[in-house]
Structures are given as structure tokens and as C-alpha cells.
Design a protein around this ligand. Structure first.
Ligand code: COA
Length: 319
């Protein structure tokens, strides 16, 4: 059960919003956000939909891979902010790029892109030859813009990969455990005159410190497990791609796990937390940077609502 990465792509909204701009209507400051979260600015949709971002990332990945829409056998999207409850984001992307293959979404929150890698690896071990996977979010649609503890963190963006058959997926670990109240986005409750329970508002609800503790432990345990399962040590890993939720979470994992800071990729300062898109955007930045060498091992780790977490080791095959 494995794959080869044929191409990567990413797409961010045009509008960048700084901490100073948020401070104009929220009781917050550039100093607080920079020190506690590590974000200076984030990209926020003004006219773009989640599908627009997903299609932008998909087209870039398809162009890099040389795979055309009619050659795709499956489209899989990870998102918690699809434009519609139905049709799926994947079905919207399918029609927007002119593909005809089966398409569906999965939801594993910020761990979603690694869940997609696992799902695609399983599909590629069966009859499918080429799969487009996309993590795409418009989280700024589901934050309460009066809640300073969440509005400053979340952002919009998309990352994609085209995968084919190959041997690059070396090891993986997917986790789902209790804690569904620690971080949640309740669905719109509807207008039924018969429903008697007071609904929670359909915005991000988060116990920040609980998520923080879970995140550091999950990232360290999952990375340790997938690196060991790959028969490697941390020294063998050329690049670590961690979910971009909080620079302090990443720094804590770097210290606890002895990761060389220059090997641990970060773009949270300008991109914010884009949930399922986060590790895919960073992977695209790495793949386009020219820094990757054939045979490099890349470790990815993510965590999020569910609670879920996931990690994997990928061996770069540039041929
Ligand atoms: N600006 C200024 N002050 C803020 C603020 C903001 N944007 N957000 C919260 N505060 C305040 C709080 O109200 C609190 O004030 P008080 O001491 O007067 O009560 C104070 O800052 C400390 O709040 P606390 O929640 O203890 O801060 P923290 O150090 O835990 O940082 C988070 C808060 C959310 C940044 C941090 O907990 C975190 O990043 N958690 C993980 C979240 C995450 O990764 N989510 C995504 C998972 S995929």
C-alpha cells in the first residue's frame, strides 16, 4: 500500500490580513498574537470560495505532474469548510476542472491531509492509477469574529497532490480518540419548530490549553512511532512538515524530539492555521523550493478536532 507523488500545488486567497488590522476591531495586539501563536499575518478569502482555492491548488499540482483531468481516477478532498453540505467539495472540484472520475470528501479536521494520503495509498493498491488529493479550507467562515482566542488563529488556503503508483509511502499512523468537545464546529442547527434543545452556535469552539497539550504529545508520539516503523531515526529525516497551528507547539515538539530547527518547516507566520490544507501547502513550498534531494525522507505530523492526529514518513522519489 503506497504511492508516488507526481505533483504538488497550493493556492492562497489574495488578501493578507495583519495582526494590526485585527487589533482594530478585536481586543488583541500584534505582540500577543506574535508571542503566543507566532502569526504575523494570514490569508483571508474576500471573494474566493473553498472550491476556488481547491481548484487553484489542484490545477498547479496537475500541471506539475503532467496529469490531465480526464486521466484522474479519483478526487479526494479533506475539509471541514466545504462550501456546501452537499455536493461534496470533491464533486465541485471535479466539475470545475472537467474531470469525470468518482469524487468524495473526508473529514478528519486538521489531520485530514494525512488521512487522505492513507486513503489514496489504499485506493492506489487497488485498480486506481492516478488520484488527486486536496486539503482546502475557508475557516474564516466558521470563526466567531468577536472571539479573540480563535479569530486570530484560523485562516484560508488549499494544498493538493497528484499521486500515482509507487513506493514513497514508507510508514504511517492515524489516530482518533475522545475529546469531541475540546475543539468543535457545530453544524447550523436549522429552523425546525419541533427541535427543543438550545443549539450551540455554528462557530469554532476551542479549549486552547487542552488542544495545546494534546498537540505536543500527539506530534511527538506519532513522529516517534512512524520514524521507528520506517526503520529510521530522527537523524535520517531530511524534512519535518508539522501542522501549522501554533509556532509554540512546533517549537515544543522540536525541543522534545531533538529536531534540527532548520529541518522543521514553518509558514505559520504568514499563512496562519489552514487546518486540512496546512501540511499540503508546506509540502508544496518544499517541493517547489529545489531543496529536496532524491531519496530524502520527509516526516509529516498533524493533529486536530476529533480529537485526531496522524503522521507519516514519505521518501522523495524525484524520478
Ligand atoms: N489577544 C489578547 N489576549 C488574548 C487573546 C488574544 N487574541 N486570546 C486570548 N487572550 C487572553 C485570554 O483572555 C487570557 O486572558 P486572562 O488571563 O485575562 O484570562 C490570556 O490571554 C491567556 O489566555 P490563555 O488561553 O491561557 O492563553 P494561551 O497561552 O493558552 O494561548 C492559545 C491561547 C489559543 C493561543 C493557545 O492555547 C493555543 O494555541 N492552543 C492550541 C490551539 C490550536 O492549536 N488550535 C488548533 C488545533 S488544530
Amino acid at each position: 500500500m503506497s504511492f508516488k507523488i507526481l505533483g504538488t500545488g497550493s493556492c492562497l486567497p489574495k488578501r493578507s490580513v495583519t495582526n494590526e488590522e485585527l487589533s482594530q476591531f478585536l481586543d488583541t495586539s500584534d505582540e500577543w498574537i506574535s508571542q503566543r501563536v507566532g502569526i504575523k499575518a494570514r490569508r483571508i478569502c474576500t471573494t474566493e470560495t473553498t472550491a476556488d482555492l481547491a481548484v487553484g491548488a489542484a490545477k498547479a499540482a496537475m500541471e506539475m505532474s503532467g496529469v490531465t483531468a480526464d486521466e484522474l481516477d479519483f478526487i479526494l478532498c479533506a475539509t471541514v469548510t466545504a462550501d456546501n453540505t452537499t455536493p461534496s467539495l470533491a464533486c465541485s472540484v471535479q466539475s470545475m476542472i472537467g474531470a469525470t472520475c468518482p469524487s468524495m470528501d473526508i473529514n478528519a479536521a486538521c489531520s485530514g491531509f494525512i488521512y487522505l494520503l492513507e486513503t489514496a495509498a489504499a485506493f492506489l493498491s487497488m485498480k486506481h492509477e492516478r488520484i488527486l488529493i486536496i486539503g482546502a479550507e475557508r475557516l474564516t467562515r466558521v470563526v466567531d469574529w468577536t472571539d479573540r482566542s480563535t479569530a486570530v488563529i484560523f485562516a484560508d488556503g488549499a494544498g493538493a497532490m497528484v499521486l500515482g503508483k509507487g513506493d514513497s509511502y514508507i510508514s504511517s499512523k492515524l489516530v482518533a480518540k475522545g475529546g469531541d468537545t475540546v475543539l468543535s464546529i457545530p453544524s447550523f442547527h436549522g429552523t425546525s419548530p419541533f427541535y427543543e434543545v438550545e443549539p450551540k452556535k455554528p462557530y469554532v469552539h476551542m479549549s486552547g490549553q487542552e488542544v495545546f497539550k494534546f498537540a505536543v504529545n500527539a506530534m511527538c508520539n506519532d513522529l516517534a512511532d512512524v520514524i521507528e516503523a520506517a526503520g529510521l531515526t530522527m537523524d535520517d529525516i531530511a524534512w519535518v512538515i508539522p501542522h501549522q497551528a501554533n509556532a509554540r507547539i512546533i517549537d515544543a515538539a522540536v525541543r522534545k524530539f531533538g529536531i534540527k530547527p532548520e529541518r522543521c518547516l514553518k509558514n505559520i507566520e504568514t499563512t496562519g492555521n489552514t487546518s486540512a490544507a496546512s501540511v499540503a501547502i508546506l509540502a508544496d513550498e518544499l517541493f517547489r523550493s529545489g531543496k529536496l534531494k532524491d531519496g530524502d525522507y520527509i516526516a509529516m505530523a498533524a493533529f486536530g478536532a476529533g480529537l485526531t492526529s496522524a503522521a507519516c514518513v514519505i521518501k522523495w522519489d524525484g524520478n
